[in-house]
Design a protein around this ligand. Structure first.
Ligand code: ZN
Length: 253
C-alpha cells in the first residue's frame, strides 16, 4: 500500500507543472487513470483554455446532502535547476526516504494523500454518508485567476453542493495534521515609480531611485515592526502578524 502511494506520488511529481505556460494534460491523463483504478467518476472542466479543473468523486449513501470538497492545486512555483541537489522533476528518493521534487510539499503531497485516503477507506469496505469530491485545480500559485476563480462560477461547481472543504495548509513531518479555519488575505500590488532621467554625472531632482528609497524605508519599517511583535510574544505565530515583502524590482535602462 505504501509502495503504491509513493509510486503515485513520484509519478505526479515528475509532471513538470511549474509556471509559466503549464501543460496540464499529463495531469489530466494521470488523474483519469487514478480515478479508473479507484473505480470513481472523474470530471474535467476547463476553467479557461489549457487550465483544467479535475474532480474525482466518491458518491456517498446520501448524495443529496452537502458534500465535502478536498482541494489541491496542481501547479508549482518556478525552479532554478542549478540550485537543486537532485533534478526538480526527477522525484528522487534518497536512502532516508526523503523525496526531492518541486511541489512535493506545496502541494502535490496533499492531493496524493486525499486519493490514498479514499483508496484505503474503499479497500476496507467503508461507505460514507456524504459525497467526497477531490479536486485538482490549476493556476493557484499565481492567484487562481484562470482556475478556481472561474470554476466557482460554473454550474458544475454549484452542483457539487459543497458544504465543507479542506484546502491547502501546512505540511507536517509526522502524522499530525493541523486544520485551520482561517486565513490571512493576500494583497499583491505593483508600484510604478517614474522619475526624471538624465546623465549620471548630475544630481537631478525627482528621480525614480529616490522614490523607491522612500517606499523601501516605509516597507522596511513596517516589516521590522511586525517582526518585533512576533519576536516579543511567544504566543504569536506568523499568522498573527502582517507580512510584507518586496518580491521583484525592475527598471532602468
Ligand atoms: Zn500551494
Amino acid at each position: 500500500m505504501d509502495k503504491l502511494a509513493i509510486e503515485n506520488f513520484q509519478e505526479y511529481l515528475k509532471i513538470p507543472t511549474a509556471h509559466p505556460d503549464i501543460n496540464y494534460e499529463p495531469c489530466v491523463t494521470f488523474f483519469k487513470k487514478q480515478a479508473e483504478i479507484l473505480n470513481l467518476p472523474c470530471l474535467v472542466h476547463y476553467c479557461k483554455p489549457n487550465n483544467p479543473a479535475i474532480i474525482i468523486s466518491w458518491v456517498g449513501n446520501e448524495p443529496t446532502l452537502p458534500s465535502i470538497l478536498l482541494n489541491s492545486h496542481m501547479d508549482v512555483v518556478p525552479v532554478f535547476e542549478d540550485k537543486w541537489t537532485y533534478k526538480p522533476f526527477d522525484a528522487r528518493i534518497d536512502d532516508k526516504g526523503n523525496i526531492y521534487a518541486r511541489g512535493a510539499q506545496d502541494m502535490k503531497c496533499v492531493g496524493i494523500q486525499y486519493l490514498e485516503a479514499v483508496r484505503r477507506l474503499k479497500n476496507q469496505g467503508v461507505t460514507l454518508k456524504r459525497t467526497i469530491h477531490i479536486s485538482f485545480v490549476p493556476d493557484e500559485e499565481v492567484g487562481g485567476i484562470l482556475g478556481m476563480k472561474e470554476f466557482v462560477k460554473t454550474d458544475i461547481f454549484k452542483n457539487l453542493n459543497v458544504g465543507f472543504g479542506l484546502d491547502e495548509g501546512i505540511t507536517s513531518s509526522d502524522d499530525i495534521f493541523r486544520v485551520f479555519y482561517g486565513e490571512r488575505t493576500i494583497w499583491h500590488f505593483k508600484i510604478h515609480c517614474p522619475g526624471q532621467t538624465g546623465h549620471g554625472s548630475l544630481l537631478l531632482d525627482n528621480t525614480a531611485g529616490e522614490k523607491i528609497r522612500y517606499l523601501m524605508d516605509k516597507f522596511s519599517d513596517f516589516r521590522a515592526q511586525e517582526r518585533k511583535k512576533l519576536d516579543e510574544n511567544s504566543k504569536l505565530t506568523i499568522g498573527d502578524v502582517t507580512t510584507v515583502n518586496v518580491t521583484t524590482l525592475t527598471g532602468g535602462v
